[in-house]
Design a protein around this ligand. Structure first.
Ligand code: GLN
Length: 186
């Protein structure tokens, strides 16, 4: 039984739970998805998703709950971790991925928008992506692979078991991205 956790300190947790359950069904993976926030819950996971929300709030709560150390341990054990939107910012702030990020990078007039992206890793069909006050990845270090760009800016990248996504896959019914993330399990 596989245990997938959605970090539930703040942000759009229930959408991720629902979307990930759908992806597991599509892949016939036996297991379940849990909203997690305590170190003991995080320690046992086979994969973790850090959702969108407000990165400063999530970071503060992460430290209060003492869960930052457990997340770093998971990363060391090569457990897949995906950060979406604010979660992407946290992958950088926690020093897990070698990326520099810029918050709210699309400016005020484009606070929220939707576009069809080409993400070859997910196949030839365009991927419909929802951006909400999204960050971008300004710099990538060695070992970081760029998986998608929009407007010449990096909005999806991978470093081994770590996946950074600037948009919100959980707000669409296309489960390709989360299925790709689940395939990173060893
Ligand atoms: N703007 C938010 C931040 O900087 C991220 C937005 C989101 O997760 N939808 O934390």
């Amino acid at each position: 039984m596989i245990k997938i956790g959605i970090l539930s300190l703040q942000g759009d947790v229930s959408e991720h739970v629902h979307h990930t359950r759908q992806a597991m069904k599509d892949l016939s993976i036996r297991g379940d998805v849990y909203a997690v926030k305590n170190p003991d819950e995080v320690r046992e996971l086979d994969a973790l998703i850090i959702p969108g929300g407000e990165s400063t709030t999530i970071l503060k709560l992460l430290k209060e709950y003492g869960v930052d150390r457990e997340i770093k341990n998971l990363a060391k054990k090569k457990v897949p971790i995906m950060g979406t939107c604010a979660g992407l910012i946290l992958l950088s702030n926690l020093g897990l991925m070698d990326i520099a990020v810029s918050r709210n990078a699309f400016g005020r007039q484009r606070e929220s928008f939707e576009v069809d992206l080409k993400i070859l890793r997910l196949g030839k069909e365009p991927y419909h992506a929802v951006f909400i006050r999204a960050p971008v990845i300004e710099k990538t270090g060695k070992g970081v692979e760029v998986l998608a760009e929009y407007d010449n800016r990096v909005i999806m990248a991978q470093q081994g078991n770590l996946l950074a996504v600037a948009f919100h896959p959980e707000l669409t019914s296309d489960t390709r991205l989360i299925r790709y993330f689940l395939s990173l399990r060893k």
